[in-house]
Design a protein around this ligand. Structure first.
Ligand code: EPU
Length: 337
């Protein structure tokens, strides 16, 4: 079941054509542990979910394990709440749709995010005012050293903005097998504070939205400005929105009056999309790579023939321009391999 020299083009949303020296798909924990026991000579091992937040810059010399564990189960807590568990290989948006069909609330703002359930805790996926930490109960992981399963609760995951323990100390030590969310069955907490949702709901003529209508608004917004990876290769936001000290922001505001910022204590989050647009990169194409014309934060494989190295180099040029003009160092959000 381990294949050799497999093209990874169908397995990464950037559609970059690199190959894996070894490749296998696993559908159960038993299969996963069996392969791990057999493949001590095939290091490094990389676990792949939906491939929607990864950039391969060269061929991969080790073993890629594509996680296809499927299944959803539910445990009713009381008339208000439910615990719902999805295995790592469930597609994120299909899972969100399943919850909405059953009228379970909490994930509607996270509609249409590419990728699988298993990678959602890694970077604490978030959009339109919600992050998974808001509804996260726990996740079950495989400890790669002991090959035993463990449970990580909310506290142990140490979620931050696009961040968790799985990107920090626990990096490379565990595989996420399934994730449990605590959702509402009624009296849903509708969160439409994010400006774009408010505007979209107004356009839809809705003043008291259901969770299904919030989801529809989010889908409309995403479809109107984020490129569909099935049509043009991309990995969503390529950079994080940088957080800078308030004093630095105030200095910048003197020089660049229109700079937007979202204050948070002594810090201010500045939209990377604005910085990239203001440095002239929005919609710009070099060779096979471009910054998306409707959302500068998204880098696209414009021709379908971009190499990972080209995309990486393009992102470095953006980082350099923003650093030079604003003194802010953008950090890549996508995993670079
Ligand atoms: N902006 C520009 N030009 C652009 C894009 C954005 O000036 O080309 C400025 C505008 O001022 C706008 C602000 O940036 O008001 C915010 O833009 P937007 O609402 O599109 O959100 P974002 O900060 O660019 C973040 C997430 C997205 C998520 C949206 C909505 C990150 C790195 N990205 O983008 O997540 O969908 O908010 O919540 O935090 C992803 O992670 O892949 C992703 C798409």
């Amino acid at each position: 079941m381990i294949q050799e020299n497999v093209s990874l083009k169908p397995f990464n949303t950037f559609c970059v054509d690199v190959s894996a020296r070894f490749f296998a798909e696993v559908s159960s924990v038993e299969e996963l542990t069996e392969i791990l026991n057999l493949s001590n000579d095939k290091k490094p091992v990389l676990f792949l979910g939906g491939g929607s937040n990864i950039l391969f810059t060269k061929d991969f010399e080790g073993l890629i394990l594509k996680l296809n564990l499927r299944g959803i189960r539910e445990e009713i807590i009381d008339e208000n709440e439910i615990l719902i568990t999805a295995k790592a290989g469930e597609n994120w948006h299909q899972f969100v749709t399943y919850c909405l069909e059953k009228n379970y609330g909490g994930l509607e703002n996270l509609s249409l995010i590419p990728g699988n359930v298993g990678t959602s805790p890694m970077q604490n996926i978030g959009a339109y005012g919600t992050e998974i930490r808001d509804v996260f109960e726990s996740c079950k992981v495989l400890n790669l050293e002991t090959l035993e399963t463990e449970i990580f609760d909310l506290e142990r995951c140490r979620f931050g903005y696009r961040d968790s323990i799985f990107k920090q100390e626990a990096k490379g030590k565990y595989v996420i097998l399934e994730v449990t969310f605590r959702l509402t069955r009624k009296n849903h907490n509708i969160n439409v504070e994010y400006g774009a949702i408010k505007t979209e709901l107004e356009n839809m003529g809705i003043s008291n939205p259901t969770i299904q209508e919030v989801s529809k608004a989010v889908i409309n917004i995403r479809q109107s400005k984020l490129p569909d990876p099935k049509v043009v290769g991309n990995a969503g936001s390529f950079f994080k929105n940088p957080t800078i000290p308030l004093v630095q922001f105030e200095d910048l505001k003197q020089k660049f009056e229109t700079i937007p910022g979202y204050p948070n204590g002594d810090f201010v989050k500045v939209p990377a999309g604005w910085l990239i647009e203001q440095t002239g990169w929005k919609g710009k194409q070099i060779g096979n790579v471009a910054s998306h014309k409707l959302q500068a934060l998204v880098i696209i494989n414009a021709t379908g023939n971009a190499t990972g190295k080209e995309i990486f180099d393009f992102s470095t040029m953006i980082i350099d321009s923003v650093k030079e003009k604003y003194g802010i160092e953008l950090e890549r959000e996508v995993n670079i391999i």
